[in-house]
Design a protein around this ligand. Structure first.
Ligand code: HEC
Length: 444
């Protein structure tokens, strides 16, 4: 029998391949063959962690290299942006390795001469976007004229202009009030979204008045309304609380569109108003409760509608905490533990999709029933019963390696009521769950 090791650690990290060289950006030589993306990332990260002025310069020089891959140039710029306030986790190993706060000056000095070139970098929005973010975070005041000209260029994408607008705010640029107002009245949704968040900081009373209008506007899109609640969630004024109160009343009257219910509830949860808290308690008490259930589906019903399928697709394929593709395939890509999910939306309704994520054991997909086996030498194996004949049985545990057990070695065998899929409510936010439901519902 094969030995099974349970690995419940969902954190993603990279194993250092044995014998790799320390990498080469800055003052060491690089062999061409050593320029794998992994080695480049390690080198960038080493410079980021070392933290000297020459390291910041090396990162900026790399960011300016037209021959380097965009993804890594973006990473170098992001490292400069994070210079003063490094993330708790090491960017490569994903282990907690705090660096503490650092002076942003070396990073600002290194990036400053490149800001204009990088903001106008052709080919995609990523480099200009992260450059604007970095200029704001690193307080590069000299960048204001270039940022302003990018903002004024209506041919630039909303994504870039939104990042630029935020940077202009961080840098306390003179025309920021005008720029924000102009963006609020414009057409671009991304820019409008960034502008309304800034308006909430610059002029809360005007912001609430504008959000109130959006929420009452029959022609405003779902996205605009969701954003209005998300901005309100970040505000703590009497005006903003009053607007949330009004909408909680509407919710209790059953008149809030289901696509914006979650956004409203999350805004209400952040409010400190006593009345809002009471209304929220009333709403929670109105939800149906199923007895003997640890997960209440009704707590998640607001995640049923209103998600963004593209955001859900990203979570599905990229989220290190959800790890859906460890077990599921869509169109052939991913693991074999759970069912292929292409077609799941044809077989099943939205409620089922939601329940599959928040309470996997509620209904087990056909052919994916689990067993728990104890062998005569005391080993435990649990997973999906894949096949069985006279002499042996094949079980697929959650980590995805099929285990064959001879029937003569089985001491006890039990059918499990639990799904091999873990409940993901602890690692996903309700917003992420809503995006996933939307994505799954496109898998026809
Ligand atoms: C450890 C493996 C594992 C992970 C990780 C996992 N699943 Fe599952 N999933 C399963 C298994 C096994 C089943 C079948 C048993 C059941 O229905 O619970 C399943 C069932 C499902 C179903 C029902 C499919 C059907 O045909 O009825 C959906 C939908 C689903 N998973 C979505 C997801 C999503 C979305 C994620 C990531 C957020 C995810 N799963 C992560 C193992 C996994």
């Amino acid at each position: 029998m094969l030995e099974v090791e349970r690995n419940d650690n969902l954190a993603v990290g990279w194993q250092l391949p044995d014998g790799t060289k320390q990498m080469p950006i800055g003052n060491t030589e690089v062999e061409e063959s050593a320029q794998s993306p992994f080695l480049i990332r390690r080198a960038l990260n080493a410079n980021f962690r070392l933290g000297g002025a020459e390291n910041a310069k090396a990162l900026a020089e790399f960011a300016g290299r037209k021959d380097a891959p965009v993804a890594q140039r973006v990473e170098a710029i992001t490292m400069l942006a994070d210079w003063a306030d490094p993330p708790l986790r090491d960017k490569i190993m994903n282990l907690v390795r705090p660096l503490g706060r650092r002076d942003p000056a070396p990073a600002g000095a290194a990036l400053k001469p490149l800001v204009s070139i990088l903001l106008n970098n052709s080919g995609g929005n990523e480099i200009p976007t992260v450059t604007a973010q970095a200029a704001g975070k690193l307080h590069i005041a000299d960048a204001i004229p270039t940022l302003q000209s990018v903002f004024d260029d209506s041919k630039r994408s909303g994504e870039v202009r939104a990042a630029v607008l935020n940077a202009l705010y961080e840098l306390k640029a003179e025309k920021i009030h005008d720029n924000v107002r102009q963006s609020m009245n414009g057409k671009d949704a991304t820019l409008k979204k960034a502008a309304s968040a800034l308006m909430a900081k610059l002029n809360p009373a005007d912001a609430v008045a504008a959000l109130k209008k959006v929420l009452a506007d029959g022609k405003a899109s779902i996205g605009e309304k969701q954003n209005a609640f998300s901005v309100l969630a970040g505000m703590k004024t009497a005006d903003s609380d009053a607007l949330i109160e009004t909408w909680m009343d509407v919710l209790l009257g059953g008149k809030v569109a289901p696509e914006i219910e979650l956004d409203l509830i999350e805004a209400a949860q952040k409010s400190e108003s006593k009345l809002v808290k009471e209304l929220l308690a009333k709403y929670n008490a109105s939800l149906p409760r199923a007895e003997h259930k640890s997960v209440q589906l009704s707590d998640y019903k607001a995640a049923l509608l209103g998600g963004d399928a593209e955001a859900g697709r990203k979570i599905f394929f990229e989220s290190a905490s959800a790890q859906c593709t460890r077990c599921h395939k869509v169109d052939g890509k991913g693991g074999d533990v759970g069912p292929e999910l292409r077609g799941v939306a044809t077989r099943e309704k939205r409620d089922y999709l939601l329940e599959s994520i928040v309470d996997p054991s509620a209904k087990i997909a056909k052919g994916f029933e689990s067993v728990a086996i104890r062998t005569s030498d005391g080993k435990m194996v649990s997973g999906i019963l894949k096949s069985e004949d006279e002499t042996k049985i094949a079980v697929m545990p959650g980590e995805g390696k099929l285990v064959e057990i001879l029937k003569s070695e089985i001491k006890t065998r039990k059918n499990q009521e639990e799904s091999t899929m873990p409940p993901l409510t602890n690692v996903l936010t309700k917003f992420e769950i809503r995006h996933l439901v939307e994505y799954l519902s496109t898998l026809k």
